[in-house]
Design a protein around this ligand. Structure first.
Ligand SMILES: Cc1cc2nc3c(=O)[nH]c(=O)nc-3n(C[C@H](O)[C@H](O)[C@H](O)COP(=O)(O)O)c2cc1C
Length: 146
């Protein structure tokens, strides 16, 4: 019950930040601690916390600029002590749908981190209020956690 989540946000236009806010609110309502990092840096993450990636995709399947340095920090790191969740925002009209979220998942998994639930990819074409979809996905997962 004393789990601490660190939300690691990748966003250009702010939608993923709204989603991270809603996730943090949901976590806090359950008694968990939640910290949001909008300029994620490995040095700022509480070492006992569960990581919660929340990122959109921009460009041709690229991560938002604000999370790129963090992604670079993870290259080659031993992440075997890390447990993590992933929520990605994307638009399914792109061939590179949710590639940013997939890239983060791949990096973490490569480092040995443990994925705690099947990632959620939110298609903003079909979910005009992505934070509602994120909370709907998260609630039943939290029912089974700890
Ligand atoms: C210039 C541009 C490029 C985009 N490229 C992709 C893409 O390659 N793949 C994808 O799934 N979504 C893509 N999107 C959709 C965004 O990921 C989506 O609008 C998301 O909600 C933006 O979230 P943000 O406000 O947190 O950045 C793109 C959007 C824009 C404006």
């Amino acid at each position: 019950m004393d789990r601490h989540f660190t939300l690691l946000v990748g966003s250009v236009l702010g939608a993923s930040e709204y989603v991270a806010d809603a996730i943090a609110e949901t976590l806090r309502a359950r008694g968990y601690k939640a910290t949001i990092l909008t300029q994620p840096d490995i040095a700022d993450i509480d070492e006992d916390s569960t990581w919660f990636i929340c990122t959109s995709t921009h460009g041709a399947g690229e991560l938002p600029d604000n999370i790129k340095p963090f992604a670079a920090q993870l290259e080659g790191e031993d992440l075997s002590d890390i447990e993590f969740f992933v929520v990605g925002l994307g638009d399914s009209s792109y061939d590179t749908y949710c590639y940013g979220a997939i890239a983060m998942e791949t990096l973490l998994t490569k480092g040995g981190a443990k994925l705690m639930a099947e990632p959620l990819h939110i298609d903003v074409l079909h979910h005009p209020i992505p934070e509602d979809r994120a909370v709907e996905w998260l609630e039943p997962i939290l029912d089974t956690l700890d």
